[in-house]
Design a protein around this ligand. Structure first.
Ligand SMILES: N[C@@H](CCC(=O)N[C@@H](CS)C(=O)NCC(=O)O)C(=O)O
Length: 215
């Protein structure tokens, strides 16, 4: 008998939200196992046996274990998605989606990490160089959205979910997207997804708690 897919996640984390949103989008039966990084639950011998890299998200699909959110999202679509437009089978359409996934992990996320993490986690100001890299990545994203409603065409794909979860970390800085009207509109569109609220509640709660503390 097949069991629900076990998602080892910390609910507020970006990549964890991304795989949770994907599971919801594809109606995959799941069991959530909370892993609290602040309590070191990703470094216990039990968890290290599952994922020696000690990262979340990690999934266990009836004995098949894999980590790295983008690989998990693609696995979900390949295994459970059928003909889903979220990860099209057509080679060219899929290449576009993969290209956006790579832009997310290869350029946008590193710029965001350098720019935002020191401010959010260590209360350290940013530097002009980091700001420039962040703006450059945001300009790239805005230009994609100048050409189409979503980042890989006029239909939403898994790359939008992944990118949305990355970009939303900027809310922690009360980031003003006024310079980026297309990104702003796209964020508002993504928030309308029926599973947005449930899967992003913990992040939004954490953000409000953190921001209120700083006031
Ligand atoms: N590229 C990975 C990043 C995973 C990652 O770094 N997750 C963080 C939480 S957001 C984590 O588990 N950190 C704990 C650690 O690295 O020990 C993905 O997309 O899944």
């Amino acid at each position: 008998m097949s069991h629900p897919v076990k998602l080892y996640i910390m609910k507020g984390s970006g990549p964890c939200r991304a795989i949770w949103m994907t599971a919801k989008a594809l109606n995959i039966p799941i069991e959530i196992i909370d892993v609290d990084l602040f309590k070191g639950e990703n470094k216990t011998p039990e968890f290290l046996k599952i994922n020696p890299f000690h990262t979340v998200p990690t999934i266990d699909d009836n004995g098949f274990i894999i980590w790295e959110s983008r690989a998990i999202m693609k696995y979900f679509a390949n295994k459970y998605g059928g003909e889903t437009p979220l990860y099209p089978k057509d080679a060219k359409k899929r290449a576009l989606v993969d290209s956006r996934f790579d832009f997310d992990i290869g350029k946008f996320y590193p710029a965001l990490k350098e720019y935002a993490y020191p401010q959010v986690f260590h209360n350290k100001p940013s530097t002009p160089e980091r700001e420039k890299d962040m703006h450059d990545a945001l300009d790239n994203l805005e230009s994609l959205l100048n050409h189409s409603k979503y980042i890989a065409g006029d239909q939403m794909t898994l790359a939008d979910i992944s990118m949305f979860c990355t970009v939303s970390f900027l809310w922690m800085l009360k980031y003003d997207f006024v310079k980026y009207p297309k990104i702003h509109a796209w964020i508002e569109e993504m928030k309308k997804l029926p599973y947005y609220k449930e899967t992003n509640q913990a992040f939004n709660d954490w953000m409000h708690k953190t921001l209120n503390k700083g006031q």
